[in-house]
Design a protein around this ligand. Structure first.
Ligand code: SAM
Length: 269
């Protein structure tokens, strides 16, 4: 059973990482499928990997697609389902490790957004992930990966800290206004030059009306990938027939270059 304390943390997490335009991001994902996929409208379906609160999957559900959210955390998926119910849409959820999974029914479009691939820290995990996603796609389906631009990989702007506030109406009945101080990466986080992994400090300092301030902190390994590393791993997986590299989520997107905002990889099965 999920504790109310966890819901408070999942909501804080959602507030901390949701200052983005999910409608625009989903428009881009839809464009990727139209431009690079070979799928009929009848099979429109979407899988969000490492979904967290599943805001992309919920947006596709609102568009009438079959929408699936996959995450390691059952608590995070409970929170995503609560949001879907509030939106009046249906969300399928799968508790699984994205490094190795199989869906019951394949989808047309899959996405791994906001650098969540950095949770997979070995070459073997990434290759297995690419094969798992490919297995879960219809022929002609498309997989989109959003990663940090390679120029930011050494994270010389640490500490990475910002303040987020709840802007929506309270998520759960009676839930008060929330402010979250976020730290994602401290200046003294260790980096291992051999495994190429960071041990990243993530801290949420949660302030809500009429409750004492709470601090949730943990350290997790992350690995951010260079473009050529990813290219080699994609080739090694043998799981996709076409690969495109873009530098942003505009429609149409610019090619990836040295000045791009981010690294968007679009793979066609
Ligand atoms: C950055 S958040 C996800 C954000 C979401 N993709 C978005 O764009 O808003 C990272 C999520 O990855 C999940 N996660 C971490 N490792 C995972 C794994 N090996 N398999 C599946 N989910 C994982 C965590 O539980 C967490 O919910």
């Amino acid at each position: 059973m999920t504790s109310p304390e966890f819901y408070a943390n999942a909501r804080a997490y959602d507030i901390a990482f949701s200052d983005r335009d999910f409608v625009d991001e989903c428009n881009f994902l839809e464009w990727c499928l139209q431009a690079h996929g070979r799928i009929t409208r009848a099979s429109l379906s979407f899988l969000e990997l490492a979904s967290g609160p599943a805001r992309h999957a919920r947006e596709f559900a609102r568009r009438g697609w079959r929408a699936v959210a996959l995450d390691l955390s059952p608590d995070m998926l409970d929170y995503a389902c609560e949001g879907a119910r509030r939106d009046g849409v249906f969300l399928e959820t799968v508790v699984a490790d994205m490094a190795d999974f199989t869906l019951d029914r394949p989808v047309a479009l899959a996405a791994n957004m906001m650098e969540s691939l950095s949770h997979l820290v070995t070459n073997e995990q990434v290759v297995s992930h690419l094969r798992s996603v490919s297995r879960s796609l219809l022929p002609g389906g498309v997989f989109v990966i959003e990663m940090a631009h390679p120029s930011t990989i050494w994270r010389d702007s640490l500490p990475n800290a910002w303040l987020s506030r709840s802007t929506d109406t309270p998520y759960f009945a009676g839930e008060p206004y929330t402010e979250v101080d976020v730290l994602f990466g401290a200046a003294d986080d260790p980096y291992d030059w051999i495994t190429q992994q960071w041990l990243v400090t993530a801290r949420l300092t949660i302030r809500e009306a009429s409750r004492p301030e709470r601090v949730v902190e943990h350290r997790h390994p992350h690995r951010w990938y260079q473009a050529q590393e990813l290219k080699a791993l994609i080739d090694l997986s043998g799981a996709f027939s076409e690969v495109r590299w873009y530098g942003d989520m505009l429609i149409p997107p610019p090619p990836l270059d040295n000045d791009s905002e981010r690294m968007m990889i679009v793979l066609t099965k």
